[in-house]
Design a protein around this ligand. Structure first.
Ligand code: LLP
Length: 451
């Protein structure tokens, strides 16, 4: 986090609060969000993209009511992709007209909840959904604004991107028509979806959407996506004319801006991304005779990731012999794959440090592991931790603000950690730690036995 330093005793402080005090007050494992960091990243995104359009915070990265309030206060919009995320946003009083709903299989009740809440728009992802939404909007006597999600044939991850004619994945409608696929009963192109929405009485097409991947350090993939989405606008102009196409006022290029997990990671400069993409959108839409659409983006990780950390307490230490005579130290902490599945799922790498004190002891090749019942339960695969590490020390794992709590589980009936925010020397609870009683309360079949 931007607000992390060491105090005179060598204790890590975040937002002016010592991690030892946080651990004593809230217990561990603990997610800690530096409020100034989170909000300043919202503000930076807004400063970069705001002049050209809109920034939606992708709430899947991490959402709580307080987070929704920060996002609202910084002037951003919000993406949700489930009834749960929508409910938290509504609970927080997030302005409904600034909420967008995503998903490839939104349920009827999710679509209905979105319409009833009066959210800004819904990103439609299948022909079934277009028909369902039209019907639900009709029943309510409203006209729903929609974006059509398209697959621009770009797959981007970190330093590389692949450009193809088609995406072989579940989201969106392909921009390019595939020879031979037409006779399939569930085949539809982006143009088919556009025609369907235009023909629907209770839907209004307000734009196009694409999302090419996540943790991206390479601008080229976004540029290719922008060219192809505007190319589709050109096809729409050809079929429906400039005047009708001009109602598509939004080009949303999704999320995906990468962050620094390790010191060598090199995130894209947000302002340059914004300028470059805005230039493509403006020039190419002008060439079609269209007014410049708003450029929307949906960063999740780039806003929530860097300012969140996880605090763990060291429980046990074990040196294990490796082939060749060296050893590796297994440092077990009080959480693991239930609060951070990303190392296991994506081979994600994290920076881990001793947080409760400083040490000048030598580094030892170590692996930080959790407390779950499988050997793959690894938080940090390879790291150098001080030789004098001891049970009770606190470790901090950096940049866990995105996709850690939100992807957490109750594996082994672990209790989800508490989440706190820190700012100006004060801490406050955002989400309390789960209790065993929370899941006992789900038990339907067996009455509690006393004694
Ligand atoms: N918009 C859409 C439509 C998305 O599907 C996503 C992420 C985002 C925006 C936000 O992307 P971001 O800016 O955070 O990269 N669980 C994975 C990441 C999956 C992202 C899925 N969609 C992880 O932990 O790395």
């Amino acid at each position: 986090p931007r607000g992390a330093t060491r105090d005179d005793d060598g204790v890590l402080t975040i937002g002016g609060v010592r991690v030892t005090d946080l651990a004593a007050q809230y217990g561990t494992p603990l997610f800690v969000y530096d409020e100034d960091d989170f909000r300043s990243r919202c503000a930076d995104m807004q400063a970069a993209f705001g002049p050209y359009g809109r920034v939606h915070y992708a709430s899947k990265a991490f959402l709580s009511a307080e987070i929704a309030r920060w996002v609202a206060a910084e002037g951003l919009s919000l993406d949700v992709c489930s009834a749960g995320e929508l409910a938290v946003a509504v609970h927080a009083g997030f302005p409904a007209e600034r909420i967008a709903l995503h998903g490839n299989n939104k349920s009827v009740s999710e679509l209905a909840a979105a319409l009833d809440a009066g959210i800004g728009h819904i990103v439609v992802d299948s022909i079934y959904e277009i028909d369902r939404l039209d019907e639900l909007a009709g029943e309510r006597g409203v006209v729903a604004d929609v974006l059509v999600r398209v697959t621009p044939g770009v797959e981007a991850h970190t330093h590389e991107f692949i450009s193809t004619a088609h995406d072989d994945q579940k989201f969106g409608f392909a921009i390019t028509e595939a020879a031979g696929a037409r006779d399939r009963s569930h085949y539809a192109t982006a143009m088919d979806a556009v025609r369907r929405v235009f023909a629907a009485d209770n839907l209004r097409l307000v734009g196009l959407h694409s999302h090419i991947g996540s943790q991206i350090f390479d601008l080229d993939g976004f540029e290719v996506a922008a060219h192809r989405v505007i190319g589709l606008l050109g096809d729409i102009v050809d079929e429906f004319g400039v005047e009708k196409t001009a109602q598509l006022e939004v080009v949303d290029l999704g999320g995906g801006l990468g962050i620094s997990y390790l010191p060598d990671d090199d995130p894209l400069p947000t302002a340059e991304v914004a300028e470059r993409l805005a230039e493509i959108v403006a020039n190419e839409s002008a060439a079609l005779g269209l007014p410049t659409p708003l450029l929307a983006v949906e960063p999740g990780r780039a806003i929530a990731g860097p300012g969140g950390v996880t605090l763990y307490e060291v429980g046990t230490l074990k040196d294990v012999a490796l082939d060749g005579g060296s050893t590796r130290r297994y440092v077990s902490v009080d959480g693991g794959m239930s609060d951070n599945i990303r190392a296991v799922l994506y081979d994600a790498e994290y920076d881990v440090r001793l947080a409760s004190r400083v040490s000048d002891a030598d580094g030892v090749l170590s692996r930080v592991v959790g407390k779950h019942c499988e050997s793959g339960d690894i938080v940090v695969r390879d790291c150098w931790l001080h030789d004098d590490l001891t049970p009770g020390d606190l470790l901090v794992v950096g940049a866990t603000g995105a996709y850690c709590y939100s992807m957490s589980s109750r594996y082994n009936l672990a209790q989800r950690p508490a989440v706190v925010a820190v700012r100006a020397g004060q801490s406050r609870l955002l989400l309390r730690r789960e209790r065993i009683e929370d899941y006992l309360s789900l038990e339907a079949g067996v009455e509690a036995t006393s004694e």
